[in-house]
Design a protein around this ligand. Structure first.
Ligand SMILES: C[S@@+](CC[C@H](N)C(=O)[O-])C[C@H]1O[C@@H](n2cnc3c(N)ncnc32)[C@H](O)[C@@H]1O
Length: 251
């Protein structure tokens, strides 16, 4: 069962990385500027001279930028083709402080208390959360930090769109629900969730318009105000940035 799930993931991303077939999703990702900026700001301001693990790095993702910001980075992914492409890019960049390995995120071949920072974008919702959080807590130093950017699975309209477009996702991925957000709190003493993209989803059809950027900035600001005044609405948003400190080692 577990092997089947992992093979499905490998097969799906083999096709994606080979054909770049995720291009059709890019119009949605055009609205993610402010969540990505938040994620990047946290990562790049904390990573210098640190050992960083990029969890589920695909074809390289943030690993190169982290290395440029002075981190020593290991990117791991279960996809052989993803890691092969990351290694090819790595040769071209000439960066000495970044490496990539094919590895299962739920069973890391890494010693305990090794990394200062673990990060990942769009990875936790592809994994068995209990297994992966156990591994994250194990390989993170006691004073280490982790940060993830993940989709949420609580908005019925977004879920209906997902239902209509199953080919865009793997069978087993599970955008995070309330129970997952609660579960994460069992593994870290300090957990922060920052939510993004609710009204800003309305900007998607206008991504090729001249005023798109200013429209997006306004909608992003509106979202943050909305979440402040009506807090439960944030659970309807599309993405969450999860920052974690103080891993609970005894778990
Ligand atoms: C949505 S992609 C994100 C890739 C990358 N983080 C990015 O933002 O471009 C999800 C990644 O999870 C990887 N993955 C799925 N299951 C995995 C596992 N058990 N261990 C490691 N990586 C896994 C897939 O191969 C894929 O590269």
């Amino acid at each position: 069962m577990e092997e089947l799930r992992k093979n499905n993931e490998k097969e799906f991303f083999y096709q994606v990385f080979k054909s770049k077939s995720r291009q059709h999703m890019s119009k949605f990702y055009k609205i993610t500027n402010c969540s990505r900026k938040y994620y990047e700001k946290y990562l790049f301001s904390n990573c210098c001279d640190k050992k960083v693990l990029e969890y589920g790095c695909g074809t390289g993702s943030y690993a190169f930028n982290l290395a440029k910001h002075g981190a020593t980075v290991l990117g791991i992914d279960i996809s052989e083709i993803g890691i092969k492409m990351a290694k090819v890019k790595s040769k071209k960049t000439n960066l000495k402080n970044v490496s990539f390995l094919v590895m299962d995120a739920e069973s890391l071949q890494i010693e305990d208390n090794f990394f200062d920072i673990i990060c990942g974008s769009g990875i936790l919702h592809h994994l068995n959360l209990n297994k992966s959080l156990n591994e994250i807590v194990r390989v993170l130093k006691p004073n280490g930090k982790a940060i993830f950017i993940e989709p949420l699975g609580l908005n019925p309209f977004i879920n209906f769109y997902r239902y209509l477009t199953p080919a865009m996702r793997t069978k087993n991925e599970h955008p995070l629900k309330t129970k997952d957000l609660k579960l994460i709190k069992n593994y870290f003493s300090h957990v922060n969730y920052k939510f993004f993209h609710l009204s800003s989803l309305l900007a998607v059809p206008f991504c090729n318009y001249r005023k798109f950027s200013s429209m997006l900035i306004l909608l992003d600001k509106f979202d943050q105000k909305l979440f402040r005044y009506i807090p439960f609405i944030k659970l309807m948003s599309w993405q969450v940035v999860i920052t974690l400190k103080e891993p609970i080692k005894s778990f």
